[in-house]
Design a protein around this ligand. Structure first.
Ligand code: FE
Length: 155
């Protein structure tokens, strides 16, 4: 029995508005249709792209990095820094409510997973060894992001 019948992207506006935002909910098959296989593997299955292979690890273009799944703004180029890890790294999110954090004990490690607060896309992990002023390092997969360059549309 498949869950596809549940599928229509429903934006739970009324419910979620009490928490200040609307959730984007889609079925697995819908995400599969809308994303590339690499994006699907990473964002919906908590995968990781290989270091130095993603689209944005070395990008310095000013702009906003939005969620590859739902388009919600997540990170700004203004907080991007060169971590040397081969993944796009940020010392803060655009807003604290843009992302959610969750304990991740997979792979015999204890890490903090970072997800899109709007659609629950897996983005990457956050570590406590980042630069000032936050001291945080959001280590994010390029495949979870889409850069909207500044000035191109209301930038
Ligand atoms: Fe999202």
């Amino acid at each position: 029995m498949s869950r596809e019948g549940l599928g229509d992207a429903r934006s739970q506006g009324e419910d979620a508005s009490s928490q200040g935002r609307a959730k984007v909910v889609r079925s697995e098959s819908e995400w599969k249709e809308r994303l590339t296989p690499e994006q699907y593997r990473i964002t919906r299955k908590a995968g990781t792209e290989r270091a130095f292979t993603g689209e944005y690890w070395n990008t310095k273009t000013p702009g906003t990095y939005s969620c590859a799944c739902c388009g919600a703004p997540l990170f700004s180029s203004r907080t991007k820094f060169d971590s040397g890890t081969g993944w796009p790294s940020f010392w803060n999110a655009v807003a604290s409510e843009a992302v959610e954090e969750r304990e991740d004990r997979s792979l015999f490690m204890r890490r903090t997973e970072v997800l899109c607060a709007t659609c629950d896309a897996h983005l990457g992990h956050v570590f406590p060894d980042g630069p000032r002023p936050t001291g945080r390092r959001y280590c994010i997969n390029s495949a979870s992001l889409k850069l909207e360059p500044e000035g191109e549309e209301g930038g």
